[in-house]
Design a protein around this ligand. Structure first.
Ligand code: BTN
Length: 326
């Protein structure tokens, strides 16, 4: 009911009467009043005026199940929301849920992760109150070899969401870091459960540094946050909602061909490494070239000095900028 009241308050410009809330929700005045009190305890500023009703004055950067449900407007992505003030890792939450049969589109968001995971076994620092730490559950009917491409979709959707909400020029460092002014603002860890022929589920885990004020010295020159880029504090829930809108759109397009055909131009237009020097860290044979964009299979095309085009597969090797992080 809190979610319903919140939605109605958000959708009303002026005041909405207690009577109207009671009638629409089919509950008593006391029940409405109690829910309003609980919303105030969560941090919403609500004006209550006799004979006029209730008015939502201000929404701060509140992250809660009700707040997320009140902004999410997608058909399936985030159709079920699990919210935690604290958990080990939202990827672990979703994996546990998936094993219990949770539906496609389940979303887990946590304000803090005690065991946030990065790629290649690294730790992903996930402090309270400043970031978006979220994971989605998808159950694609897809050949397992195509799964790495899902990671490209997450990067595209995260870059879009940041762009839409903040206006910042967020780009992608192939395959799936989102960067602003050449520094990483978002990382993605995709985990999967599959057998040879079949995917059971995929968990894209997205970490966005939103209101982080500073980073430890060892990563300060490669990491950034939306706050550091704009000088403004930004609300997190609209970014989650924008991410889900973009992800749902791109996922549905991707599943049509089960490759990047319909997303190729968009992804390449967002590619920070495009036409830049890159070092391909192939364990057998590291080499340097110029990134030319991805192909429909999500591979990065790297042109070497001899004019040869190499296809780099994200699962196998990583790519570094020659002159910096990108
Ligand atoms: C990376 O760039 O190394 C990937 C970072 C991924 C972090 C996110 S935060 C939400 C989800 N839960 C995790 O434990 N990791 C991912």
């Amino acid at each position: 009911m809190k979610t319903e009241i919140l939605k109605m308050l958000k959708n009303t410009e002026g005041y909405i009467s207690g009577q109207e809330l009671c009638e629409k929700l089919g509950v008593s005045r006391t029940a409405v009043w109690k829910a309003i009190r609980r919303l105030e305890e969560d941090g919403y500023e609500i004006d209550a005026v006799r004979n006029k009703g209730y008015h939502l004055k201000m929404v701060g950067d509140i992250l809660s199940k009700e707040e997320l449900e009140s902004v999410i407007d997608t058909a399936w992505a985030g159709s079920r929301v699990l919210y935690f003030d604290e958990t080990d890792s939202t990827n672990n939450v979703i994996k546990r849920e998936a094993e219990q049969g949770a539906p496609h589109g389940t979303l887990a968001v946590s304000d803090y992760q005690s065991g946030g995971k990065g790629r290649r076994g690294r730790v992903w620092k996930s402090p309270h109150g400043v970031g978006i730490w979220m994971s989605l559950l998808v159950r694609p009917k897809l050949r397992p070899a195509a799964a790495p491409m899902l990671t490209l979709l997450s990067a595209l959707a995260a870059a879009d969401a940041i762009r839409e909400v903040t206006g910042l020029d967020s780009l992608i460092k192939w395959p799936n870091d989102v960067v602003i002014s050449g520094k990483k603002v978002c990382g993605i860890l995709t985990e999967m459960s599959s057998e040879a022929e079949q995917i059971y589920y995929v968990v894209p885990g997205i970490g966005i540094n939103v209101n982080t004020e500073s980073f430890p010295e060892d990563i300060a020159d490669v990491a950034t946050s939306i706050y550091l880029e704009t000088g403004r504090r930004v609300r997190r829930s609209p970014i989650v909602a924008a991410f889900l809108r973009a992800y749902e759109k791109y996922y549905d397009l991707f599943m049509k061909h089960q490759d990047m055909t319909d997303l190729l131009d968009l992804y390449n237009s967002r590619l920070a490494n495009r036409d830049r020097g890159v070092r391909v860290l192939d364990p057998e044979n590291a080499y340097t070239g110029t990134a030319r964009g991805i192909n429909k299979d999500g591979e990065l095309l790297v042109e070497t000095e001899d004019g040869k085009i190499h296809r780099v597969n994200s699962g196998e090797v990583s790519v570094r900028g020659i002159y910096g992080y990108v």
